[in-house]
Design a protein around this ligand. Structure first.
Ligand code: NAP
Length: 280
C-alpha cells in the first residue's frame, strides 16, 4: 500500500489553518515565521519558496530574510539575534546549508528554543532526548505522523534508520525510541547493513543515495519510509527503489508525494507551537 503524504499533510495544514483562525480571534495576532536564506543555493530557493506559499495558504505571516552569499558570519548572527528579539516574530528557521564560511552552530545558537521552528537548538535536542515537551525537527515528525495515520505499529517495532544526520536520522531515533520502538541507527560505517534492514519491521532511508534500498534488503511485509530527495536528470527519486519494493512491502512512501510534503506541514505546526509557547 502506498502511504499518501498528500492526504496526511493536507489534514495537518487544515488543522493549522483552523488554529490560525482561533489565534486571530482570541489574541488578535497573526502567527509569524521568519525564514533566513543566505545565498542562492537552487534547492534552498525552491524549499524556501514552498514554505512561503504554505504559510500564505495557512494564514501564517511569512517573513523572508534574504542575505547575500558573501554575508559574514557576524552579519547573519546579528540578523538572527534581531529576529529573536522581535516580538512580532514567533518562529525562526535558518535555511541550511549555510555557505561554507559560516559556522551554522554559531547562528543556530541565537535562536531561542521557543522560536526554534526546526527544533535544532541545543535545548530542543536535549528536551527530545529526555522525552520532554519540545519542538521536534519537521522531517522526522512527519515520518512519525505518517506511521500513526496509517496505524502502523510503532510500539515494540524493530526499526532500522539509514542516515544519522541531526536533521533526520538522530531526532527520528529519539522520537521512535520515546514511542517504544527498538531502533538501530545506521550510517556509512555500519557493517552488515543488510542483516539489520532485513530484520526490521520499519526501514527508514535518509541517506541521499538514489534508489539505494533494494527489495533484497528488506523482509516480506516490511514498511519502508523513504526520506531521500535526489535530483537526477530523469527527475526526483528517493533513497529506496520504489518499483522493486512496492510488491514486497506492506507500506511504502513514494518520492515525490511522501515525506517531503510532510516536512512543510510540520513546519507550519511548529510555528503554531512556538506561538503558543510565547502566548500562554
Ligand atoms: N523529505 C524531506 O523533507 C527531507 C528533509 C531533509 C532531508 N531530505 C533528504 O534526505 C536525504 C538525507 O538527508 P540528510 O540531510 O539527513 O543527509 P546527510 O546530512 O548528508 O546525511 C546522510 C547520512 O547518510 C549516511 N549514509 C550515506 N551513505 C550511506 C550508506 N551507503 N549506508 C548507510 N548510511 C549512509 C551518512 O553516514 P555518515 O554519517 O557515516 O556520513 C549520513 O549519516 C537526502 O536525500 C535529503 O535530500 C529530505
Amino acid at each position: 500500500m502506498i502511504i499518501d503524504g498528500k492526504v496526511v499533510s493536507s489534514l495537518i495544514k487544515e488543522n493549522v489553518k483552523k488554529e490560525v483562525e482561533t489565534i486571530k480571534a482570541k489574541y488578535n495576532k497573526t502567527p509569524s515565521l521568519a525564514v533566513v536564506l543566505v545565498g542562492e543555493n537552487p534547492a534552498s530557493l525552491v524549499y524556501v519558496s514552498n514554505k512561503e506559499k504554505a504559510c500564505e495558504k495557512a494564514g501564517i505571516k511569512s517573513i523572508m530574510v534574504k542575505m547575500d552569499e558573501s554575508s559574514s558570519e557576524e552579519e547573519v548572527v546579528l540578523k538572527v539575534r534581531e529576529l529573536a528579539q522581535d516580538e512580532n516574530v514567533n518562529a525562526i528557521l535558518v535555511q541550511l546549508p549555510l555557505p561554507g564560511h559560516i559556522n551554522k552552530d554559531n547562528v543556530l545558537k541565537e535562536i531561542p528554543f521557543n522560536k526554534d521552528a526546526d527544533g535544532l537548538t541545543h535545548e530542543n535536542v536535549a528536551r527530545l532526548s529526555l522525552n520532554e515537551e519540545s519542538i521536534v525537527p519537521c522531517t522526522p515528525m512527519g515520518v512519525v505522523d505518517l506511521l500513526k495515520y496509517y496505524n502502523i505499529p510503532i510500539d515494540g517495532a524493530n526499526v532500522a534508520i539509514l542516515g544519522r544526520s541531526i536533521l533526520v536520522g538522530k531526532p527520528l531515533q529519539m522520537l521512535l525510541t520515546n514511542l517504544n520502538s527498538t531502533v538501530t541507527l545506521c550510517h556509512s560505517k555500519t557493517k552488515n547493513l543488510n542483516e539489520i534492514t532485513k530484520k526490521a519491521d520499519i526501514v527508514v532511508a535518509a541517506i541521499g543515495s538514489p534508489k539505494f534500498l533494494k527489495a533484497d534488503m528488506v523482509k516480506e511485509g516490511a514498511v519502508v519510509v523513504d526520506v531521500g530527495i535526489n535530483r537526477l536528470e530523469s527527475g526526483i527519486v528517493g533513497d529506496a527503489d520504489f518499483d522493486e519494493l512496492i510488491n514486497k512491502c506492506s507500506y511504502i512512501t513514494p518520492v515525490p508525494g511522501g515525506c517531503g510534503l510532510m516536512t512543510v506541514a510540520e513546519l507550519l505546526n511548529n510555528t503554531i507551537k512556538c506561538f503558543y509557547s510565547q502566548n500562554k
